[in-house]
Design a protein around this ligand. Structure first.
Ligand SMILES: NC(=O)c1ccc[n+]([C@@H]2O[C@H](COP(=O)([O-])OP(=O)(O)OC[C@H]3O[C@@H](n4cnc5c(N)ncnc54)[C@H](OP(=O)(O)O)[C@@H]3O)[C@@H](O)[C@H]2O)c1
Length: 257
């Protein structure tokens, strides 16, 4: 299938590691031009070193998605470097686990500033510059659909982002901007390793815990999420709008997702 991503101008937030890195590399291989941003310059340099030689052009930018000025700077840089923004992948995010009574206001505010408000701000900045239409893909999380007492901050932010995706699709339809969300279950990245270590106490036994995490008996790979993202961002998915799609090896057992 030709995804027709060749020459598209793509922003990937949190593009230096994990899922974002796989999306950036996948988009480049498809011939798209990619602006990848993250806080750490070292991992961005490693991404540049791994970029396919014959693919699209890669630009990297150090930017913190909790900072409104930095967010506007990312959108402006994409327009400047590639002449437009066709696709935004909102991906930079994380939220802590913890006991409800021990997580204070600041913990909620700090994590929502990145995982919820970072997505809202970046979508607004990019949509303003999507003069010829575009696509916004929000990488959210299956925790939205599986409330757990020790992951309330992230789960609630993800639930809000599922709503935001649908409401933004309603807005985007008026401007030719397609909006979709992806709810990954457990995906093997640095972040998952850290979260698991926090939840089960240590890396000891982690592989058993991982294999029990989904009915398929394994966790997903960043590349599997990247493949779904690229399809949804492509013109081949032109009639998929306002949908939040789960990719979780069967982890979510409710009817929605
Ligand atoms: N892995 C999973 O199991 C899983 C499951 C469900 C949902 N998700 C969601 O998928 C997304 C990616 O997760 P991942 O597992 O790939 O994470 P990861 O491996 O930890 O990578 C996160 C990326 O985001 C960047 N980042 C973090 N904080 C940032 C900030 N304030 N500003 C800009 N960039 C920032 C990181 O680089 P720097 O640290 O250098 O900034 C890195 O490039 C997240 O939104 C996560 O909630 C993941």
């Amino acid at each position: 299938m030709n995804l027709e991503l060749d020459g598209k101008a793509v922003i990937v937030t949190g593009g230096s590691k994990g899922i974002g890195r796989a999306i950036a590399l996948g988009m480049l291989a498809e011939g798209a031009n990619v602006l990848a941003c993250a806080r750490g310059a070292e991992a961005l340099a490693a991404l540049a070193a791994a970029a396919p030689k014959s693919g699209g052009r890669l630009e990297t930018r150090v930017a913190d998605m909790t900072d409104a000025t930095a967010i506007d700077g990312v959108a402006a840089r994409c327009s400047e470097a590639f002449g437009r923004i066709d696709i935004l992948v909102n991906n930079a995010g994380s939220a802590r686990t913890g006991e409800f009574l021990e997580l204070d206001d600041q913990a909620w505010l700090d994590d929502w500033r990145l995982k919820f408000f970072g997505y809202v701000r970046m979508a607004r900045a990019a949509m303003r510059l999507m003069e010829r239409g575009g696509v916004i893909v929000n990488i959210i999380g299956a925790a939205a659909l599986n409330p757990r007492r020790t992951y309330m901050i992230g789960g609630a932010a993800n639930a809000a982002l599922n709503h935001f995706t649908k409401a933004l699709a309603d807005e985007g339809a008026r401007k030719g901007v397609r909006v979709v969300g992806i709810n990954p279950g457990p995906i093997m990245t640095e972040r998952l390793l850290k979260m698991r270590a926090g939840l089960i106490g240590a890396n000891q036994g982690a592989s058993d815990a991982f294999s029990r995490m989904t009915p398929l008996g394994r966790v997903g790979t960043p590349e599997e999420v990247a493949d779904l993202t690229m399809f949804l961002a492509s013109p081949r998915a032109a009639f998929i709008h306002g949908a939040n799609i789960t990719i979780d090896g069967g982890y979510t057992q409710g009817l929605m997702g």
